[in-house]
Design a protein around this ligand. Structure first.
Ligand SMILES: CC(C)(COP(=O)(O)OP(=O)(O)OC[C@H]1O[C@@H](n2cnc3c(N)ncnc32)[C@H](O)[C@@H]1OP(=O)(O)O)[C@@H](O)C(=O)NCCC(=O)NCCS
Length: 153
């Protein structure tokens, strides 16, 4: 498995496993190829969208964006916002943990001081994942648990 920057050529696979996550009740956001292209690969606020690639088979991806003023998640402007999406058949094999090494490096290079992960309070596996890689809870708006990673610590 290698970690590399996601490209337009990955969109089809990314969308396909996002649809699997939707079908299993683990995703509520859109999952179309158009959404993947505009919100992850070509998003204007993108810092990095890393994919885990196993011989051309995309195992998962992690998106890092820079929060803008008035963003819908209420994240401090200038912080990073992370999202992690692992192909169900590749879960719990260290893909997410490996992706975060690239994301953390990208955050440092971009000069981000903190990264926010806003997680549904019912999503036990994502809460456990972010806690395991060093995120800690700092606010709990309705239905969410927001965890913060201190990039420079
Ligand atoms: C949650 C998710 C991102 C974790 O990614 P992953 O590649 O499966 O996680 P890793 O294998 O790298 O696990 C790293 C650590 O996180 C924790 N963890 C991950 N999945 C877990 C689970 N299902 N239950 C408990 N702990 C878990 C463990 O501490 C794990 O370390 P260990 O395996 O040595 O015990 C992934 O399963 C996923 O994409 N889920 C569906 C989409 C989603 O909910 N995304 C987050 C939206 S905010």
């Amino acid at each position: 498995m290698i970690i590399r920057e996601g490209t337009i050529a990955d969109v089809e696979q990314m969308s396909a496993f996002l649809r699997e996550l939707t079908a299993s009740g683990k995703r509520v956001s859109p999952d179309s190829e158009e959404f993947v292209r505009s919100h992850y690969i070509e998003d204007v606020d993108k810092v990095r969208c890393s994919v885990a690639d196993d011989g051309g088979f995309v195992l998962g991806f992690q998106s890092l964006k820079r929060a803008q003023a008035g963003n819908q998640w209420g994240v401090e402007p200038g912080w990073g916002i992370v999202g992690t999406h692992i192909r169900p058949s590749a879960a719990r094999r260290g893909v997410g943990r490996t992706l975060f090494t690239a994301t953390r490096n990208a955050a440092r290079e971009a000069g981000l001081s903190h990264i926010d992960a806003s997680i549904a309070s019912t999503n036990a596996e994502a809460l456990a994942y972010y806690e395991a890689i060093g995120f800690r809870t700092y606010r709990t708006p309705d239905g969410l648990i927001c965890k913060r990673f201190d990039v420079l610590a």
